[in-house]
Design a protein around this ligand. Sequence first.
Ligand SMILES: Nc1ncnc2c1ncn2[C@@H]1O[C@H](COP(=O)(O)OP(=O)(O)OP(=O)(O)O)[C@@H](O)[C@H]1O
Ligand SMILES: [Mg+2]
Length: 403
Amino acid sequence: MDENRLNKLQQSFGIIGESEKIKEIIETIDQVAAADITVLIAGESGTGKELIADAIHKQSRRKHQPFVKVNCGAIPAGILESELFGHVKGSFTGAIEDRKGYFETANNGTIFLDEIGEMPMETQVKLLRVLESGEFLPVGGSHGKKVDVRIIAASNKDLAEEIEREKFRKDLYYRLKTITITAPALRHHSEDIPLLIEHFALDFANRNNIPFKGFSPSAIHLMENYRWPGNIRELKNFVESMIVLEKGEVINSARVARRLGVEKRPVSSNLPVRVSKSVDQAERELILQQVLLMRRDIADIKDALSGKSAGVLLDLPPKTRELQKIIAPPIRDEETIESEPEPEAVQDYTVNPNKLGEVSLAEVERELIEKTLKKFHHKKRQTANALKISERTLYRKIKEYGL
Ligand SMILES: Nc1ncnc2c1ncn2[C@@H]1O[C@H](COP(=O)(O)OP(=O)(O)OP(=O)(O)O)[C@@H](O)[C@H]1O
Ligand SMILES: [Mg+2]
């Protein structure tokens, strides 16, 4: 599909993402929308199944006809059948008149059967009949009704597993699954996270007129590495809640880590390679990390030559940097956790005047590093910050002095 068409469709569907997985989904929607074929949408909770169903209807020739959404998991099993297929007067206590079901309401349009895995087995039999003949019998009715309805179903349960558990009919499953679109878990297309964050943040801030200064690059990095069990829904809610809670502040990684309940890892540390990443991506990151380390070494050497021992500037992956330009001004103090005291230079290093002439510089340095480490509970980053040296230099010194 050419880029133009892809962009146009994405915009019309409101499906954000530039990953191959998202592109594939847009293409499949485009391919299957026009025909009246049944589509099953699989995927974990919050991955965008409903958004995909909306898109299919919107892109189909039925777009001006009704689109009826039924959450099979939210309707009590006892009344689901009458809700779907209607009932005739007197068919059960309370059925005081004939009532149309969702299938009749959706005639000529599309019906979206969400959480189909929750549908009771008896109702599944009736659904199979509609799928095969377009006919159904209202509850208590004696003659069938015919409808022209396109069916889209979704499930976050593994239906094959439900068959094993005898909760789902095999014949219905085979009828439904011919065209399956699987909405990927967010951790499997984490490269889309920066774009999604940007989209949700700007949209929410604009709609609610809340000042928003952006997320820092390392905050975005942290969110890219989080697992998001609730997928895109969780990310969206998280971004929105951060904007409300951190009103008007640049949202840094410490704040994100705290709210996510995870430990903040420095951008530059040797992060373990996540298994969900493609080999290519993992390799790229490794190379990037190595380049980063080399740059720090060079900076260290430069500093040493010029007599400075200032901390070395951290650099960030280009993608993150680019995004930062869009949504956040560069800041330097983003790693500071508010609740913790600013790391201050240690004042009490002891060069006893009486010992002058006996103590070497190395000994003072050793003592200083040892005490600073202790003060910051062996947190290397804070120690390095306080000593105004790079973490790498700190590691080297620790090794050198056998600390
Ligand atoms: N690719 C995407 N781009 C933009 N927003 C998305 C995307 N995917 C999902 N969303 C948003 O995330 C939220 C959850 O999506 P949706 O309701 O479609 O998930 P779901 O798979 O149906 O979840 P559940 O199984 O819990 O019903 C919605 O607000 C939706 O708009
Ligand atoms: Mg849903």
